[in-house]
Design a protein around this ligand. Structure first.
Ligand SMILES: [Fe+2]
Ligand SMILES: [Fe+2]
Length: 135
C-alpha cells in the first residue's frame, strides 16, 4: 500500500507528510517481514510520535482555518490514534521489542491511515476550494 492520488487533500504540505508516513510504514513492514525489528522498532516509534506531534497539529490548524465541517471529528480521531501509539510506546519501554505487538501496531497504522485519510482528511479538498483561510 502507498499514497495514491485519491488521498490528495489540496494542501501539498499535508500530502507530503502523509506520503512520508506511508513510506516509513512500508519500509518497516519490509523489516518486520524479514525477521528484523529488534533494533529499528524504536526509530519507527520515534518517527510515529514525531509525525503525530507535527502532522496532527498542522492539519488541525488547516481544517480550522478553512472552516472544515469535519475539523472536530478529525481532532477526535487524532486523539484516539495518538493514545494508541502512546500506549504502545509505554509498553515498549517496559517490556521491549515484541514481534507480534510490532506487527499489530504497524497493521493498525496502515489501516488507520487509509481509512482516516480517505474518510476525513480528503474532505479538506472541498474546504480549501470553497473557503479561503481565515486570518
Ligand atoms: Fe487527520
Ligand atoms: Fe492527516
Amino acid at each position: 500500500m502507498g499514497w495514491k492520488e485519491e488521498f490528495a487533500t489540496g494542501i501539498d504540505e499535508i500530502d507530503q507528510q502523509h506520503r512520508l508516513l506511508f513510506d516509513h510504514a512500508e519500509v518497516f513492514r519490509d523489516v518486520l517481514e524479514n525477521g528484523g525489528g529488534t533494533f529499528s522498532y524504536k526509530s519507527f516509534l520515534d518517527f510515529l510520535s514525531a509525525f503525530i506531534e507535527i502532522h496532527f497539529g498542522y492539519e488541525e490548524e488547516c481544517m480550522h482555518a478553512h472552516r472544515c465541517p469535519c475539523a472536530t471529528e478529525n481532532k477526535k480521531e487524532h486523539a484516539i490514534f495518538s493514545r494508541h501509539v502512546a500506549n504502545e510506546v509505554a509498553r515498549y519501554e517496559q517490556e521491549g521489542f515484541d514481534t507480534a505487538k510490532a506487527f499489530a501496531l504497524l497493521t493498525r497504522v496502515e489501516t488507520w491511515l487509509e481509512d482516516h485519510i480517505g474518510r476525513i482528511d480528503t474532505q479538506l479538498r472541498a474546504c480549501v476550494r470553497q473557503q479561503p483561510p481565515e486570518n
